[in-house]
Every structure is written in C-alpha cells, then in structure tokens.
Design a protein around this ligand. Sequence first.
Ligand code: DSN
Length: 444
Amino acid sequence: MKDKKISNLIKKEEKRQREGIELIPSENYASSEVRKVLSSYYVNKYSEGYPKKRYYGGNENVDQVEILCQERAKELFKVPFANVQPYSGSPANLAVYLATCHPGDVVSGQALIAGGHLTHGHHVSATGIYYKTFQYGLIKEHVYDGKVDDLFDYEQIKKIAKTYQPKLIWVGATAYPLIIHFEKFAKIADEIGAYLAADIAHIAGLIAAGVHPSPVPYVHIVTTTTHKTLRGPRGAMIMVTEKGIKKDPDLPDKINKAVFPGLQGGPHDNQTASIAVALYEASQPSFKRYARQIVKNAKLLAKVLVDGGLKVVGGKSENHLILVSLAKVLGPGGGIFAQKALDLVGLTLNKNTVPDEPSSPFYPSGIRLGTPAATTRGMKEKEIKVIGKMILEVIDLIKPYRLPTNKKERKDYIVKFEKEIKTKKEVKELRQQVKKLALRFPIP
Ligand code: DSN
C-alpha cells in the first residue's frame, strides 16, 4: 500500500485486535467474507431509490443484491417486509419516527440511564429534540438482587402511555442483561393504539438463532444494526411485521420513503451485499451453536463476577452482556478506572452508566461487557472463567483510586492513575497472560 500512514495504522489495529480480548458487547468480528464483500466493486456504485425504481443506470446487479438481502432478512426474522438501506442504527431509528410521527408528537422509550439508546428519545438526540418524549426506567428495588427476571417498571410505562398517549413506543436496549418480554409492552401499546417498535440491535443474532424470544409477533416495527451479535458489517435494517401491516397497510411504504428520500441519499451497495452475506451466515446451523455459546459464556462470566463480590444488574446475564456497578468498590465515576486499567491488560470493555447512577454519563460508575466477540474466536467456559478472574484481579488492583469530586482535578488525576497502573508488575504480567490467551484464538 502506498499510503504508509494508513497502512501502518491498519497493522496496528490488527495487532490490537489479535492480541487483546474484545469484551464490548456491541462489537464482534465479522467473517473474512463479510469484510471482503465490503471492499468489492459495489463500493463504486450509486443507486438512489429501490430495486427496479432507481434514479441512476447500471443497477441491474445492485437490484439483485438488494432483493436478495431483503429476502434473507425476511426469512431469517420471519417478517413480510425489510428495508436494508439504513446506514446504521441511529438513522434507522430516526426513519421510524419520520414514518410514524409528526414533529412534536409524543413518544416513549427506555431512558439511557436505564439501559436504553440515545435514539429512544434522549433529550440530546434529534429524537428528543423534535419529538416530545417521556422515558421509562427499571424497578430500582430489584436492580441488583437477582430476585426478578424482568426489571422493567411496567406501572410507569402504563402510566406514561395512559397519561400522554404516545404515538410510538420503543422497546429494546443497549445495556439490559435479561430476556425482554415484548408481549408485556405490546399489551400497553395496543391499549392506546400506539405503534410499538422493537430495537433489537444488541440481540438480533440471538433472536435469529432462536436463543432469545422474537418481538415479531408482538410489535409493528423492528429495527436492528447488523454488526453486533448478528456479526455482519456496519449497517442496519428496518422490518415491518404482519401485525404492523395489519395496523397500517402503508407502513412499509412509509418506512421506505422515510429512509429514502426522507433521510438518506444513495444506499451503500457494498454494505448491502455484505449484510446479505452476514444474513446467509446467520441462517446456518453453526450460527445457532455460536449464539447458544454466547449466552452460556455471558451467564458464566456474570457468575464469576458476582462470586468475586461485584454487583451486576439483574444479578446475572440471560443474553450476551453484563452490566456491573462499581460504585461500591471504586466510588462514583469509577467506571473510567476499570475501563482504562482493563484496556492496559488487553481486555477491552466500556464504562457505562448504571440504573442508580450516582455520577454522570461521561464518568459513569459501571462497566458493560459481553461475550459475542470472544465467542466468535472460539472461547468457551474454560477461557471465560480465566477472563472473569483477570477482571476481578484488575479491579482489586485499582481499589485505592477515587474520581476527584472537583471536576477540574479529574483529568490530571486520571493521567496520574494511568502512569502508576502501567508500571505495576501485576498489570504487566496480566497483559502477557491476555496476549497469550488471545493468540491461541485467531480472529477471522
Ligand atoms: N453504540 C452502541 C452500543 O455500544 O450499544 C449502541 O448504538
């Protein structure tokens, strides 16, 4: 490659991915075929419009790619309609608003702090700026005790629905470790005649494999990204269910118009082709085994962390992720220390707010981790136990540190923290252990 700077940065990223263990629950390793198709000649094409209704010539092959991709999505998720053009999850969700609501209409979704997504109506997102949002949360009382299998506060959801009559209700999360009972949301949405949209970005692969219940019988619209548990390229899809078509026969058309020309220009045809490959892969029996193993691994990882004295949301994991509160161990805002120290040993995860967050989204008190990527590499219970123990060791090492309450002192304190941690003998040893383990499991 002539561009030495980018070539060097690609090599560095490859090394980072090979020698570390990826635990961010929304990341994964796409297959080499998925990556190859992304750089195919479809990268060169423009094709505004939809199959057989394009604004440019030369789309005879693109049409077939897009139709194939739609058909595979429909078959995998058992829906009658799929739009495979959204560039990613946030534009896909915004298209749903555009298709179902007018600016200023009332909508409801899970609060970010309770594990929802920005696009479910957070005030800094366009969805919270252009629509009037009322957000719901979790039952605080049982967040960590592991005594209940469903943490959603249905009384609150019902009250919002009855009082404010949202036109659109979102169900789906980015940081929720338990099975989602879509039927309970449907009961509330149906009572007030609202559209119910499930954002299954995190759990799409688990649903496709049948290891997490599908929202399809209960909701009108399903959105998903394609690069998380579904293990494809960056991208997203919007699907309409039979129930959605029954409620509003024009819904597929409204979704299409919202995506293009409402929000987007030309679809990324290389992305569409690559999503089609990922959907093919997700329909294979090996994908079912993969998804089952993701859940087994996450359950075990949660148990190792709980047995090691950490508080995890739900007291367990039933899907692919674990949300840990470190507020007691590292104080408010302590997630930053855990993320940085674990990064230094080669275990990558992200700091995250917890439902009873005592700090802020930038300095949250928890960490979020998961098993989709490690499972893709072939890691199973034996390796997961080792990873869990290493996480506990790192957290133990950083227990003396506390985020300064004075905001001006924070930056310097974190720099000092990193310097001190980097030189610790235990950290250097753990880094070598992680590297050795990671290299035994090649990335695709
Ligand atoms: N950024 C994604 C996640 O990490 O969950 C959500 O968009």
